[in-house]
Design a protein around this ligand. Structure first.
Ligand SMILES: [Zn+2]
Ligand SMILES: [Zn+2]
Length: 422
């Protein structure tokens, strides 16, 4: 038997899995709420290819990141193109922004995406090598921190709507090309005497991407006393961060300044943020994002300010309330007994579906008992029983599966009954 590749999984209709975190209607629910948020906040959908030139990620994410150095699915295609399954979607969105000259038609471009990403991660619990992200990117001429506060407000609308509570917003600034070199220098000096105590990854990062030493969980205690980056921000970065925080205050969004928050990717500047979930465990990020002014230039585009976030759909699904009903479940199952009843049921089901009722019927003759069992398994609310005898009297039997109550109705009454429910 051929099974799914290790650390990948199927997302299934609820009747085929008891694992709540793998039920497709839960994914649909998060997506629907996010789409509604994007509609309200003026975001437009972008769908980029699942694979891109490897160079896009090498340049856009950074050679030295774990993602690019260890986790990408890359291959050489027949014509010698180096290709990669996208491990994230900010670089592809910027690539598209540049390729389609979006900057020429609008000063502020607000885009969202929903789709799978691919990383060869070590199989930790709740981490998959094909995982799903929902994200937004705000691109254009303005780097007003009000944009950042608006994005975070929208995130909280999504969280509220999904009834995901017990979260915390962490914010930080990672500086800019003007002030980060000085901070890196300070970090290098302060870390040098500690290096022997730090993990192997941190020793490597010390040379390649020193900021990331701060986000090593393993060495958190050893690096706790370092000078925080916020002490060394330039005047502009400082002002930007203060304004950002004042907008959050203005919107009544609580947050905690976390000087160790640096994010995993090279391209972040200034504001970085993360929303963590206490329910998922102490250091569990539900989503994260930040500012990446300059990424467009890195990819050969015009000077562009950028801000965005991505949320892990798989983790969101794990945080949803357990009793979430599946709205795509069929409302009605039609059971029929006899040949004439079958012919009638086929016509009736078409009428019902044209009225917008989600209904199913079976194509094999079966006993009423086994039809009821099937209806029960599908978790439908109502079953319509059509028998040859009832047909002669122009009557149908509608059974409520929860209460077990039955009523006799004509076809017209049935259609009106469901019409009234809509
Ligand atoms: Zn700065
Ligand atoms: Zn470390």
């Amino acid at each position: 038997m051929i099974k799914t590749v290790k650390y990948t999984r199927d997302i299934l209709p609820e009747e085929f899995t008891n694992d709540l975190s793998a039920q497709s209607h839960r994914f649909q629910h998060v997506e629907a709420v996010a789409r509604e948020a994007f509609r309200r906040y003026g975001y437009r959908e972008i769908r980029t290819p699942i694979f891109e030139h490897t160079e896009l990620f090498a340049r856009g994410v950074g050679q030295e990141t774990d993602i690019v150095s260890k986790e990408m699915y890359s291959w050489t295609d027949v014509n010698n193109d180096r290709l990669t399954l996208r491990p994230e979607n900010t670089a592809p969105v910027i690539r598209s922004y540049i390729e389609h000259k979006m900057w020429a038609s609008s000063d502020l471009v607000k885009l969202f995406y929903i789709g799978p990403m691919f990383r060869r991660e070590r199989g930790q619990k709740g981490r998959f090598r094909q995982f799903y992200q929902i994200g937004v990117e705000v691109l254009g001429k303005s780097d007003n921190p009000a944009i950042e506060a608006e994005v975070i407000e929208m995130i909280y609308w999504i969280l509220d709507e999904l009834k995901i509570s017990d979260t915390e917003l962490l914010v930080n600034s990672v500086g800019c090309p003007a002030c980060r070199p000085q901070f890196n220098e300070t970090l290098r000096r302060e870390l040098a005497p500690l290096l022997r105590e730090l993990c192997a990854d941190c020793n490597r990062r010390y040379e390649t991407n020193i900021l990331r030493v701060l986000d090593c969980k393993q060495d958190a205690e050893r690096t706790a006393q370092l000078t925080p980056i916020l002490d060394l921000l330039c005047r502009e970065c400082n002002l930007h961060f203060l304004q950002f925080r004042s907008y959050l205050d203005h919107k009544g969004i609580p947050y905690r300044v976390e000087p160790r928050l640096v994010r995993g990717l090279d391209y972040y500047t200034r504001t970085a943020f993360e929303v963590t979930s206490r329910t998922l465990g102490a250091q569990s990020a539900l989503l994260g994002g930040g500012r990446y002014d300059g990424l467009s230039e890195t990819l050969g585009g015009p000077p562009t300010k950028g801000f965005g976030f991505a949320l892990g759909l798989d983790r969101f699904v794990m945080s949803l309330p357990h009793d979430l009903a599946d709205p795509s479940r069929p409302e009605l199952y039609i059971a029929y007994l006899g040949e004439r009843a079958f012919a009638y049921a086929m016509t009736l089901i078409s009428k019902l579906r044209r009225q917008g009722i989600a209904c199913v019927m079976d194509f094999e003759q079966r006993s009423l008992r086994s039809a009821m069992k099937l209806a029960d398994k599908l978790k439908v609310a109502k079953v319509l029983i059509v028998g040859d005898n009832e047909l002669d009297q122009g009557q149908l039997i509608l059974r409520d599966m929860r209460s077990g109550e039955q009523q006799l109705l004509t076809e017209d009454e049935l259609l009106r009954f469901f019409h009234g429910q809509k």
